[in-house]
Design a protein around this ligand. Structure first.
Ligand code: NI
Length: 169
């Protein structure tokens, strides 16, 4: 297992559209293990492959208190969304230190493969539903700050670039 570097907004690679995972083979299983390790190390509750510069439709999530309930989502397809939506405060490992409101469906159902390649229906609401929608956006090249006003997004971009420059010193 290995910790993977996480791409930071506004890295253009975050806008790559991921391709479907063809087979849940040894390579993908090793990527899943590395992504879980990277997510736990960064104290995140979700990580999309896009964020570690691997552009395949793969997500890991763990919203449990004890960080012992990893959920692996491969090639997710939304099959149902609730009529109700909610504004939730979100953050992202690719935009450290930034939290802002994004409107998401309260509940969703998705079809996806698990870490063993088995297809299953996942019914999610609450935090899990928000998290899945946030991570699925990453797979289409979308970062949550793109829902914010252009002015806010610009301010975040400048803040991130400044932090990068300071890190490089
Ligand atoms: Ni994110």
């Amino acid at each position: 297992m290995a910790l993977l570097p996480i791409l930071c907004f506004p890295d253009p690679k975050l806008h790559t559209v991921a391709r479907p995972v063809i087979a849940v083979d040894a390579r993908i299983k090793s990527l899943i293990a590395d992504m879980l390790e990277t997510m736990y190390d960064a104290k995140g509750i979700g990580l999309a492959a896009t964020q570690v510069d691997a552009h395949e439709r793969l997500i890991v999530i763990d919203i449990s208190e004890e960080h012992d309930e990893p959920l692996v989502i491969i090639n997710p397809e939304v099959v149902w969304t609730s009529a109700e939506t909610h504004l939730n405060e979100e953050g992202c490992l690719s935009v450290p230190g930034v939290y802002d409101g994004v409107t998401r469906f309260d509940a969703i159902k998705i079809n996806a493969m698990d870490g063993e390649g088995k297809t299953r229906l996942i019914e999610a609401d609450g935090l899990l539903a928000v998290c899945i929608q946030h991570e699925m956006d990453h797979l289409t090249g979308k970062v949550f700050v793109e829902y914010l006003s252009p002015m806010k997004r610009d301010r975040i971009k400048k803040k991130m670039l400044k932090a990068l420059r300071e890190d490089a010193r």
